[in-house]
Design a protein around this ligand. Structure first.
Ligand code: ATP
Ligand code: MG
Length: 424
């Protein structure tokens, strides 16, 4: 029978990869905790309407990337393509936003039906951060400083470039939209099909186009920055000043608009040159209108999401995974003959008590001395503890170094932890 395979673009993360994931996740958790951010966990499935209303009907995600299905009650549900909408829904539903500020984060899989390629998958993972009730630009700056600290922790400083922009309020974007449309109308025939259609549905999204010909037409298009309202301009100037004094380097990219409808004022992306076309590892911005748009009280908000696959790919490409990030064993306890098994298990347990943080594997499944030693070696352990009938009888254990040519010693079982503590 043909074997069933994983769904295209949805990856298994295998045992030799998970230590790297854990390392990145732990580092991010640590930095977020340092800044006082609280974790929130939302369901992976939400009502389709939530994403349509928040992300926007005329966006790549809603138009062609969502995994949407009718459940057995006939309700239209969608596997979340991003976390902001669900986070706002949850925070609002449970009164977390009532007259208070919040700093929240979450992590988990997201789903988008895109063309799978390096750094772009159909199930991928994000760590998302959302802050509520703060007008900025202080909180905008904090988010960027926090990410900058994270890059430093991961050894990535200098490998990711920060691009920022202000896309103003929806009123100022409305005026700009008209200017953009009348400029682009002159080149209508030369635009790609998507952009042509968006000329009437959502012209700002054309700025995001990746089609070369459209990009070159855009080079001389009116710039959003010339249409900014006073408040947004002032907000942006203050943000830049805060970043300057914090020593966070950035470039202003006037073409940066972000692909989702809910953004306004500050938008930003951390981009790397080391991953080819899929170079954005973290992206976000302010979305002051979204909570209200989803039926809540007007609530100021800003957030970002980073793509874990891309972050990990980048760390691997740059050889930045520390050596100690692995799932090697430290000690492998063998058991020759039925009588030695219970002793092996109890010795292993004592070692786990006395040497916390060390990985102690007990051999299970029997087998010859030779095959057990082969497994001990393959586990990556530095020491094998050898227990045969002779050792059991005398209350001793063989202690064999596996990574150098030192001879095996015979030691009292009671001394094992003390001796190993000096060596592993
Ligand atoms: P892109 O322009 O690369 O499509 P995006 O603007 O659609 O990105 P966001 O929705 O802002 O991306 O998501 C934030 C981050 O999540 C991205 O910067 C990226 O690191 C990651 N990401 C987005 N889509 C994917 C995907 N299909 N596979 C892997 N990572 C992704
Ligand atoms: Mg995308």
């Amino acid at each position: 029978m043909a074997k069933i395979q994983a769904i295209r673009g949805m990856n298994d993360i295998l045992p030799d990869q998970t230590p790297v994931w854990q390392y990145v996740e732990t580092t991010v958790r640590k930095v977020l905790a340092q800044y006082g951010y609280q974790e929130i966990r939302m369901p992976i499935v939400e009502q389709t309407e939530l994403f349509k209303r928040s992300i926007g009907e005329v966006t790549d995600i809603v138009e062609k990337e969502m995994y949407t299905f009718d459940d057995r009650n006939g309700d239209s549900l969608t596997l979340r393509p991003e976390g902001t909408a669900g986070c706002v829904r949850a925070a609002e539903e449970h009164g977390l936003l009532f007259n208070q500020t919040r700093r929240l984060w979450y992590t988990g899989p997201m789903f988008r039906h895109e063309r799978p390629q390096k750094g772009r998958y159909r199930q991928f993972h994000q760590i998302g951060v959302e802050c509520f009730g703060m007008a900025g630009p202080d909180i905008d700056a904090e988010l960027l400083m926090l990410t900058s600290r994270l890059w430093a922790e991961l050894g990535l400083s200098g490998h990711a470039r920060l691009e920022i922009n202000s896309i103003g309020t929806s009123e100022s974007r409305k005026v700009y939209r008209e200017a953009l449309v009348s400029y682009l109308e002159q080149y209508r025939d030369q635009l790609d099909e998507d952009s042509k259609r968006r000329l009437t549905t959502n012209p700002l999204r054309i700025l995001d186009s990746k089609v070369q010909q459209t990009r070159s037409i855009l080079e001389h298009a009116p710039s959003l920055s010339d249409y900014l309202d006073e408040e947004s301009r002032c907000h942006f100037e203050q943000l830049k000043a805060l970043l300057d004094s914090a020593g966070v380097a950035y470039t202003v990219n006037p073409a940066l608009v972000r692909g989702l409808d809910y953004y306004g004022k500050t938008v930003f992306e951390w981009v790397t040159e080391s991953l080819g076309a899929q170079g954005t590892i973290c992206a976000g911005g302010r979305y002051d209108g979204l909570v209200e748009q989803l039926g809540g009280k007007p609530t100021l908000a800003v957030g970002f999401a980073m793509g874990l696959e891309r972050l990990i790919l980048l760390l691997e490409t740059l050889n930045l995974i520390p050596d100690e990030v692995n799932n090697r064993a430290d000690i492998y306890v063998t058991a020759m003959g039925d009588k030695s098994i219970s002793t092996a298990m109890s010795i292993a347990n004592t070692l786990r008590n006395d040497l916390p943080g060390r990985v102690v594997i007990t051999h299970c499944g029997g087998g010859s001395f030779k095959s057990q030693m082969k497994k001990a070696d393959r586990s990556g352990a530095r020491y094998a503890v050898i227990l045969g009938e002779n050792e059991i009888e005398h209350g001793t254990a063989g202690l064999k170094p596996l990574r150098d040519d030192q001879p095996q010693q015979e030691v009292a079982q009671a001394d094992l932890a003390r001796i190993l503590a000096e060596h592993v």
